[in-house]
Ligand binder design. Structure first.
Ligand SMILES: Cc1cc2nc3c(=O)[nH]c(=O)nc-3n(C[C@H](O)[C@H](O)[C@H](O)COP(=O)(O)O)c2cc1C
Length: 243
């Protein structure tokens, strides 16, 4: 199995120790991306990735190789400490550069593990934010490990092992889970936007070139009858709303 680890901490300490413990339960190759070392300039808000295509991002030479590694991986690990009750600026800047995945989700066959450490607070909210971002990218299942170390040099080894073993088993199984209703809603929001009268060019090309436009959800992921029906109804409504 291939895993890519995105480290959103500027250092390799509390959060990284959690990652190292989790790694002991995963078999395969690891690609580490330390965002601090990547020196990604701040997203300048030019909208080029969203409107014209990600290949038009002025920082594509740094971003694209990271994205390629994520696409190549079976499992994506995102590690981040809580800073001012949120993700670090390092991780947020990377997520800003990949915001086009909200419009053009691509990670339907991937599983992810989110690892968050904090001194005392904010870990659940930060993990939830990263989880939601990944689900918007299409990620099939997200596992979360959070820990408040309270300034001590400690680890919750039992929890890290339990969650990372579940993550490993899931990645190795290759099984794809039924999406949540919320995931189906967002899939149809972006799909309906690609069908609108005045669509974003890059979005329209993506949805039609990948043939996602003719599916109720990513074709690799099987929907049960209730969810397939729900998806069709959602698309019918959203297409009318976004005309
Ligand atoms: C700039 C900064 C902001 C922080 N903000 C918070 C915070 O809002 N709440 C909290 O409980 N801990 C906060 N912390 C503590 C870190 O989340 C905590 O020490 C974490 O384990 C550091 O992870 P690292 O060793 O991987 O960098 C902050 C630390 C720094 C440096």
């Amino acid at each position: 199995m291939k895993y890519v680890i995105i480290n959103g901490s500027p250092r390799r300490k509390n959060t990284w120790k959690m990652v190292e413990q989790a790694k002991k339960n995963l078999n395969g190759e690891f690609e580490e991306i330390h965002l601090m070392k990547e020196k990604i300039p701040l997203c300048n808000g030019c909208f080029k990735c969203i409107v014209e295509g990600e290949e038009r991002c002025p920082h594509r030479d740094i971003i694209q190789p990271i994205v390629d590694k994520m696409k190549d991986a079976d499992g994506i690990i995102i590690a981040c400490p809580v800073y001012a009750m949120n993700v670090t600026a390092l991780l947020k800047n990377f997520l800003d550069h990949t915001a086009y995945f909200y419009h053009r989700p691509e990670f339907f066959t991937k599983k992810a593990l989110v690892v968050v450490s904090t001194a005392g607070a904010g870990q659940k909210d930060v993990a939830k934010y990263i989880d939601e971002t990944l689900r918007h990218w299409g990620v099939n299942k997200v596992y979360k490990i959070t820990y408040a170390c309270g300034g001590k040099d400690s680890l919750d080894v039992k929890n890290i092992n339990e969650v990372s073993q579940k993550f490993a088993r899931d990645v190795e199984s290759g099984k794809l889970h039924n999406p949540k209703f919320g995931d189906i809603v967002f899939f149809n929001v972006w799909k309906a936007m690609a069908f609108s009268k005045d669509p974003i060019k890059a979005d329209r090309e993506f949805w039609f070139n990948n043939d996602l436009a003719s599916h109720d959800f990513a074709p690799e992921v099987k929907l049960n009858i209730a969810k397939r029906l729900f998806s069709k109804v959602m698309f019918f409504i959203l297409k009318r709303v976004m005309k």
